[in-house]
Design a protein around this ligand. Structure first.
Ligand SMILES: [Fe+2]
Ligand SMILES: [Fe+2]
Length: 258
């Protein structure tokens, strides 16, 4: 059984970490579920309950719980690409497996800190919007763009805002976890930028035209992202000036201004 079919979150992490042999000996594309198994209540993003402020322990735990749900989906999305694209370049698959393991570390870290604050996984419902932004019909380039450059890239924007909000709050463990995660995420997005260009090269596609064309085509399946674009961090993660300008326009269109 693949990790996304396992409902128990702790068993899911273990299963992911033990799946290297199955992943690297896979000969054919494996089937993936419409929605991965969960051991807690699943809602749409709009149905989720309101959040308390970060000066409250409950607000901090909720932030970590929301991050845990994102890390969980990131881990499952990594696995999804690994089992749906067994013929992708070996170096890509090896690096993606490392990224996926890193998501499992982020997830575990969030779960530990949630408990440290006196709360637990399942105290709030979660959504699966990141998983739902992908489809079995995605090409490998679509998938890299959606997961690593759009979803994880948007995570860099959100990360900058969250770290700023945490600056004035006395919560060292929460800050430590958030800093570690956002620092690692720059590397994950950079992995996506690098392989997006490599795969465009392989398919003789011009990435400077493809980026906006492909995102424009895919935007209807992507979750709305309205955070300010973290320009300097995006540059570190391999975005060109033109790509950043396109993302700023996309944000405005998500905000309904364009
Ligand atoms: Fe992560
Ligand atoms: Fe990540």
């Amino acid at each position: 059984m693949w990790a996304f079919n396992e409902p128990d979150i702790f068993k899911k992490i273990l299963r992911m970490r033990q799946s290297a042999d199955d992943i690297f000996t896979l000969k054919e594309r494996a089937a993936t579920p419409m929605i991965p198994a969960r051991d807690i209540s699943l809602l749409t993003p709009k149905e989720l309950p309101p959040k308390k402020g970060l000066s409250f322990k409950e607000g901090q735990a909720r932030l970590l719980h929301d991050l845990a749900s994102i890390e969980l989906q990131a881990m499952e999305l990594g696995l999804r690409t690994l089992v749906e694209f067994p013929d992708a370049p070996h170096a890509f698959r090896e690096q993606l497996f490392e990224v996926t393991l890193s998501e499992s570390v982020h997830l575990e870290m969030c779960l530990t800190e949630i408990e440290g604050l006196g709360f637990k996984w399942g105290d709030w419902p979660v959504h699966c919007a990141l998983w739902s932004a992908t489809s079995s019909k995605d090409s490998l380039i679509d998938r890299i763009l959606i997961v690593h450059r759009f979803l994880e890239g948007s995570g860099l924007d959100a990360g900058e805002t969250i770290l700023n909000r945490l600056k004035s709050i006395d919560a060292p463990p929460v800050k430590r976890a958030a800093e570690r995660i956002f620092n690692d995420e720059i590397g994950h997005v950079e992995f996506g930028s690098r392989w997006y260009r490599t795969m465009c090269d392989v398919e003789k596609i011009d990435p400077s035209l493809d980026f906006s064309e492909r995102l424009t085509k895919l935007r209807w399946v992507l979750p709305k992202r309205v955070e300010n674009i973290a320009v300097e961090i995006r540059k570190k993660a391999g975005f060109t000036d033109a790509e950043i300008e396109y993302l700023k326009d996309l944000r405005l269109s998500f905000l309904g201004r364009k």
